[in-house]
Write a protein of this length. Structure first.
Length: 303
C-alpha cells in the first residue's frame, strides 16, 4: 500500500529545493547584472568619408540627439554608433556615446569610447578632464567585478556623477566687447607716411644717381664713385648729393615699415577695454555641440 505524504512532509521535502533554486537564481541574476559583455574595439579609421556618408551621418546624429533628449539612451547609442560608422572622422561622437553608455549602465563601453577618443584626438583641450573620467570608470568597473565574487566585500567607491548633457567640444571664448585704444593706429599711420616719403626719395634720387654715373663715365671717365682728377666740382657735388639722398630715402622707408608693423601689432595684440562685462555675462551663448560637422547646439547664459 502506497502512502501519500502529508502536506507538511511535502513542504519539508520541497523547502531545500526552493532555497537552492532561489540561491541559484540570485547568483545568476548577479552574474548577468555584473557581467557586461566586453565591447569590441572600434574599427580603424582609414577610409575617406564620401559626401553621401557625411550627409547620412548628420541625419543619424540628429535622430540620436532627439532620442537622447527624450531619455532613450539605447536608441541614441544606436543612432550615434551608426553616425560614427559612416563618418569615423567625427571623433567627438565618441564622447557623446560614452555619456549615453554610462547613463545606460554600460561602463565598459563608455570606457572604450573615451579611450578611443583620446587615441584619435590626443591633442584635445579636454584630455585632462577625460582622463579623470576614465579613472573613475575604471574604479567602478573594478568594484563591480569585486561585487560579483561570492563571499567578498567590495571596497567602497564614490559614485561619479554623470552629466546628462551632451559634451560641448572646444567652444571658443565669447567676445568680451569693448574697444582697443586708437593711438597705436596713429603710430602705424605715421610709419606708413614715413615709408611712402622714404620710398619716393629713394626712387627719385636713385634714378638721378644712375643718370649722373652714366654721364660721369661717358664725359669724364668716372668709374662709379671714382672720378679722375680734373672732374668738375659741380658734377661731383651733384652726384654725392644724389647718392646721399638715395641712402637717406632707403633708410626712411625701412624705418617707416618697422614703425608701421609695430603700430599694427600693438593695436591688435592689445586687449579690449571699456566693455560691459555684466552685459556680456548675460548675453546667451550658442555653441557647437558634439562636432562642428553636425548640427547640435547648446544655449547657455544668465537672464
Amino acid at each position: 500500500m502506497i502512502r501519500r505524504p502529508k502536506p507538511t512532509e511535502t513542504g519539508k521535502m520541497l523547502k531545500p529545493l526552493r532555497i537552492a533554486s532561489v540561491g541559484l537564481a540570485m547568483v545568476l541574476a548577479t552574474s548577468v547584472a555584473s557581467a557586461e559583455d566586453e565591447p569590441p574595439p572600434y574599427p580603424a579609421c582609414t577610409k575617406q568619408t564620401a559626401e553621401a556618408d557625411t550627409n547620412a551621418a548628420k541625419g543619424a546624429f540628429a535622430a540620436g540627439q532627439a532620442a537622447y533628449n527624450e531619455g532613450d539612451y539605447e536608441r541614441a547609442i544606436t543612432y550615434w554608433s551608426d553616425a560614427y560608422r559612416r563618418d569615423c572622422t567625427a571623433h567627438a561622437l565618441l564622447r557623446n556615446l560614452a555619456t549615453a553608455y554610462e547613463l545606460s549602465g554600460k561602463r565598459k563601453h563608455a570606457l572604450l569610447s573615451l579611450r578611443t577618443y583620446l587615441e584619435r584626438q590626443p591633442d584635445s583641450p579636454s584630455s585632462t578632464q577625460i582622463k579623470t573620467k576614465i579613472q573613475g570608470l575604471e574604479r567602478r568597473i573594478a568594484a563591480d567585478a569585486a561585487a560579483a565574487q561570492p563571499g567578498t566585500e567590495p571596497p567602497p567607491v564614490a559614485e561619479d556623477p554623470v552629466d546628462p548633457r551632451p559634451p560641448v567640444v572646444d567652444d571658443p571664448p565669447p567676445d568680451e566687447g569693448g574697444s582697443r585704444p586708437f593711438y597705436p593706429l596713429i603710430v602705424a599711420g605715421a610709419g606708413g607716411v614715413l615709408t611712402a616719403a622714404g620710398a619716393a626719395m629713394f626712387f627719385s634720387n636713385s634714378a638721378d644717381l644712375d643718370s649722373l654715373e652714366k654721364q660721369g663715365e661717358r664725359e669724364f671717365g668716372c668709374m662709379g664713385r671714382n672720378c679722375p682728377p680734373g672732374t668738375p666740382d659741380g658734377f661731383l657735388s651733384q652726384a654725392n648729393d644724389a647718392r646721399k639722398k638715395t641712402s637717406i630715402g632707403g633708410g626712411l622707408a625701412i624705418g617707416g615699415l618697422a614703425v608701421l608693423g609695430g603700430g599694427l601689432a600693438w593695436y591688435f595684440l592689445q586687449p579690449k577695454s571699456g566693455g560691459d562685462s555684466a552685459a556680456v555675462s548675460k548675453r546667451p551663448r550658442v555653441s557647437a555641440a558634439v562636432t562642428p560637422r553636425f548640427a547640435g547646439v547648446s544655449l547657455s547664459g544668465n537672464f
